[in-house]
Structures are given as structure tokens and as C-alpha cells.
Design a protein around this ligand. Structure first.
Ligand SMILES: Cc1ncc(C[n+]2csc(CCOP(=O)(O)OP(=O)(O)O)c2C)c(N)n1
Length: 396
């Protein structure tokens, strides 16, 4: 069969495809991204997870009039391929090559330069307000991961957007992962929401099984229905997003092309802020990345057959920092380490193993833990691990 990916020179070409062709295109995109990242290195797992989601967004919405704001931006390889940058993607992580994140200067389909996480809803709300003042009616869509959603700025923006009547679509791309496994209360909340799907499945299963028992079957079904009602109450009495003023749709299978497109079409006509909860699999379609999504979040070049790294692991800046910190922490028990979901990237994995009680993986870290100073003539130190963000490698 002929390659479809080679004929996508613009999003207009994508809109002509049927679902069968889009399925083929998804496979080709995954293969193409794996080939490039295996040679150049790059963000792999997140991109493999959003293939169908990105196709659905570009099938329903029209960039550049409609604005798609990608949170963090490391998951935009598919978006770049679909918006005419397929060949340029081969220059990823090379001198003067394509940016690994959205870049306004690069293409009009990129409407915001990102890199830092948790900013998309704020940006989208600003764009939506500007649109309203100009009396325009284009769609504004923020795509945010469950990891980025735990950042304070995202919550402030949700709070603000929920109370406004502004038309705004937030797509929550929930893959249960930040860079590593997601942590914290929001992540627990999303686990509960996701289990709604499981609960439905198990309920049908129980119903089918008990109906097979004559007489008793119908009685038990009645009881099951009662239990179902109380479980539903348990799940949805405190539906965070709706309580904040958003209409909530979900959870939706983020690999079901048709379902997602039909939901996005409906969302276009809904007034006010709406949140669509999409569940995806990080690393989808490439076994080593599905099994080790954190390793393949951002990876150096690797062998496609088994996912092993091509580069010898060298002693880089983060490793030197991490080793030195462990050495100092052995002598000074006041030393703690904090990271915002970047244990490996910041060289703190060793520290987390050796001093689990003095290690904090917290998106709250920038405000709570950092700092030293003096009060009433007395010196205080919260942490000797100064701002980790200053030492991040540029690629992160
Ligand atoms: C302010 C800030 N804190 C931390 C990071 C490091 N970081 C990069 S991506 C990411 C979260 C990724 O998780 P998610 O948003 O769920 O996206 P996924 O890769 O799982 O699709 C974090 C915390 C960052 N870029 N900016």
C-alpha cells in the first residue's frame, strides 16, 4: 500500500482522509518518529501517546485560525509532521535544526513558545479573552498532561477559566505519567475518575453473570442496580472539574480516533469552558517505550530492535551533581533534595534511593522548600539544594 505520510504536506491533506486511512497514517507516524528519535535522540514516549489525539485535533479544528496550545510542548512532533514539517523533523536536536518544542518563528501553526510546564490553560484563557474582545469566534484549545496539571499555575488558570463564561476547550491528556510516575493528590483524583470506566465494565459483567440464574437472577440484578447507584454517588459527588465551573466529558479512549473526533465536534458547539478527559498510553505502539515510559520520555539515540541505548552513559553534569550531593548528604543530615518530577533528569535518582525521607518529588518545590535567610538575627536554611531549575540541561 502507498505511504500516506508522504502526501501530508499540510493539515488540509489530513482532512481528506477516512478513518481507515488515518489508522494507517498513525502507524506510519509512529514508525517515522521512532526512526528519527532512535538516530537523533528526543522526546519519544509522549509523542507516541498523542498520535491519534493530534490527528483528531487537526481533523476537527483549523489552525492557524483555531489555536492549539500544547503544554510543555515536548509532545508536538506529530503536530509538526501534520503541519508540513515532516522533512524538517529529521533535523531534530541538530545544530540549526527544527525546535523540539513549539516555536512561533517556525510555523504559524505554533501559537506559543513553550518549554516550561503548566502554562497552557493560562495562555489559552488569555487568548480566549482577547478573541472575545475582538468579537471573533475561533476555537482555543489547551492540551495539558496529567503531570503538567499538577503545577500550581495550571490550577490557578483552571480556577480563573472555570468562573468565566468564556468559550475554551481544555484537553486533559491523562497517561498516568509525568516524566516518571505521576504523584500527589490530583493524580489520585484522576485514578478515581478513570476507574469509572472499569466500574462500568465490571458492572455489566456481574449483571450478565447473575441474570443466568433463574428467579434469583432478577432479584440480584435489582440489588446490583442499587449498589451501582451508591458507587456512582461515591465517584461523582465531588467532581472537581464540574465544581470548578467546567463542563466535563470523559474519560475518553485517546486511541479511538472516531470517538475523539466526534467529541471534539460536539465540544465546538458547547458554550463556556469545557474539559475533555482523554486517556492515552505513553509510548503507545513501541514496546520498550510502553514498558519504560520514563526512560523514553527523553532519550539519547537507541537501537530500534530492543531499545538499548547507542551511547555509552557518560559522566554528565547532572551525574556529577547527583554524586556530589549524595557525598555531602552523608556528612550533613540537614541536606534534602527537591525536584519537580525530574528525578532522573536532575541526577537525583541516587539521592532518592539513599535518602528517601529527605527526597521530595513535588511540583510545589519552588515555593515551599527552597531558600535560606535570616530572621531576628538568626540564620535559617531550608535546603542546601539550591534552585534545580538553574542547572537543567537545555534539552529537558
Ligand atoms: C515548570 C516546570 N516544571 C517541571 C518541568 C519538567 N517537566 C517536563 S515535562 C513535565 C511533565 C510531563 O508530564 P505530562 O504533562 O503528563 O506530559 P506527558 O509527557 O506525560 O505527556 C515536567 C514536570 C518543566 N518543563 N517545567
Amino acid at each position: 500500500m502507498e505511504n500516506i505520510i508522504d502526501h501530508i504536506t499540510d493539515v488540509k491533506d489530513l482532512k481528506k482522509l477516512n478513518y481507515k486511512e488515518k489508522k494507517q497514517l498513525s502507524n506510519e507516524i509512529r514508525k517515522y518518529i521512532i526512526e528519527i528519535v532512535s538516530k537523533n535522540g528526543g522526546h519519544l514516549a509522549s509523542n507516541l501517546g498523542v498520535v491519534e489525539l493530534t490527528i483528531a485535533l487537526h481533523s476537527v479544528f483549523n489552525v492557524p485560525e483555531d489555536k492549539i496550545i500544547w503544554d510543555v510542548g515536548h509532545q508536538t512532533y506529530v503536530h509538526k509532521i501534520l503541519t508540513g514539517r515532516k522533512e524538517k523533523l529529521k533535523t531534530l536536536r541538530q545544530l540549526n535544526g527544527i525546535a523540539g518544542f513549539p516555536k512561533i518563528e517556525e510555523d504559524e501553526a505554533d501559537c506559543f513558545n513553550t518549554g516550561h510546564s503548566s502554562t497552557s490553560i493560562s495562555v489559552a484563557l488569555g487568548m480566549a479573552k482577547a478573541r472575545d474582545i475582538k468579537k471573533e469566534n475561533n476555537n482555543i484549545i489547551a492540551v495539558i498532561g496529567d503531570g503538567a496539571l499538577t503545577g500550581g499555575m495550571a490550577l490557578e488558570a483552571l480556577n480563573d477559566a472555570g468562573s468565566s463564561k468564556t468559550n475554551l476547550i481544555v484537553v486533559l491528556n491523562d497517561n498516568e505519567m509525568s516524566i516518571s510516575k505521576n504523584v500527589g493528590g490530583i493524580s489520585l483524583f484522576l485514578n478515581r475518575v478513570r476507574s469509572k470506566k472499569l466500574y462500568r465494565k465490571s458492572n455489566n459483567y456481574i449483571k450478565k453473570a447473575v441474570l443466568k440464574i433463574p428467579y434469583l437472577g432478577t432479584k440480584i440484578t435489582h440489588i446490583v442496580r442499587k449498589i451501582k447507584y451508591s458507587i456512582k454517588q461515591l465517584f461523582f459527588t465531588n467532581m472537581l472539574f464540574e465544581d470548578m465551573g467546567f463542563r466535563y466529558i470523559g474519560p475518553v479512549d485517546g486511541h479511538d480516533q472516531e470517538k475523539m473526533e466526534s467529541i471534539f465536534k460536539i465540544a465546538k458547539d458547547i458554550e463556556g469552558p469545557i474539559l475533555i478527559h482523554v486517556v492515552t498510553k505513553k509510548g503507545k505502539g513501541y514496546k520498550p517505550a510502553e514498558e519504560n515510559p520514563d526512560k523514553f520520555h527523553s532519550t539519547p539515540s537507541f537501537n530500534i530492535e530492543d531499545g538499548t541505548s547507542k551511547k555509552e552513559s557518560k559522566k554528565d553534569y547532572s551525574k556529577v551533581f547527583g554524586d556530589k550531593l549524595v557525598e555531602l548528604a552523608k556528612k550533613n543530615e540537614k541536606i534534602v533534595a527537591i525536584t519537580a518530577s525530574m528525578k532522573d533528569g536532575t541526577g537525583l535518582a541516587k539521592f532518592s534511593k539513599e535518602f528517601p525521607k529527605r527526597f521530595f518529588d513535588s511540583r510545589n518545590s519552588r515555593t515551599t522548600y527552597f531558600g535560606n535567610g535570616s530572621r531576628n538575627g538568626k540564620k535559617w536554611t531550608n535546603s542546601c539544594c539550591t534552585n534545580i531549575f538553574n542547572i537543567l540541561p537545555k534539552s529537558l
